[in-house]
Design a binder for this molecule. Structure first.
Ligand code: 5GP
Length: 178
């Protein structure tokens, strides 16, 4: 899989260090609360599992699956729910855990969707952000790293379901997807 990458963008040590800092920040901000962390499948899973190991307060987990990409590297812009959450989030402190913010349309959709259930608060925690790609105003409360507009894989992020198990973030060679 390494041969399919043009380069490693964020190595394992750098990722783990930042994820630990994010977990510690969330532990501080939510002390005396029991947040419910809603992970967006499948890309957010590796980030979520490392993140919660660094959170020292009680928390609950739930999962949601959305799609806007299919097997391509361009967002369709149309968000569909493939799996809804199981928990009742009314009055709860929700933290949405996302792998990467690109256009921001997925998060905007989730935010609007969750608002209908009247949570006590909703915050966004994203590992990566592509600020130049935003098509909507989006505030990320906990952010790992900003990246450029390249298509990245690894650490949960896929291309056509591959590369999720790489322990680092890399840029895919263009010839792999063109
Ligand atoms: P948005 O709705 O913000 O445009 O898209 C967010 C979703 O698109 C992410 O959760 C992720 O699944 C996918 N995505 C956006 N950029 C990338 C990328 O560079 N690599 C991969 N593998 N997925 C991406």
């Amino acid at each position: 899989m390494r041969n399919d990458l043009a380069k490693i963008l964020i190595d394992e040590t750098t990722l783990q260090k930042r994820v630990k800092e994010m977990g510690e920040q969330i532990s501080q901000d939510y002390k005396d609360k029991t947040p419910i962390m809603i992970c967006i499948l499948k890309g957010g899973v590796l980030f979520l599992t490392d993140l919660i190991k660094n959170i020292s307060i009680p928390l609950e987990l739930d999962f949601m699956a959305l799609s806007s990409y299919g097997d391509t590297t361009k967002s369709s812009g149309v968000v569909k729910i493939k799996k809804d959450i199981d928990a009742d989030i009314t009055g709860r402190h929700v933290i949405i855990v996302e792998d990467i913010v690109d256009s921001g349309l997925t998060l905007q959709y989730m935010n609007d969707y969750f608002k209908q259930h009247k949570p006590a608060s909703t915050k966004i925690c994203a590992l990566l952000d592509k600020p130049k790609a935003h098509k909507t105003e989006i505030h990320i409360d906990y952010l790992g790293f900003e990246v450029g507009n390249e298509f990245v894989v690894g650490y949960g992020l896929d291309y056509a379901q591959k590369y999720r198990n790489l322990p680092y973030i890399g840029i895919l060679k263009e010839e792999i997807y063109t």
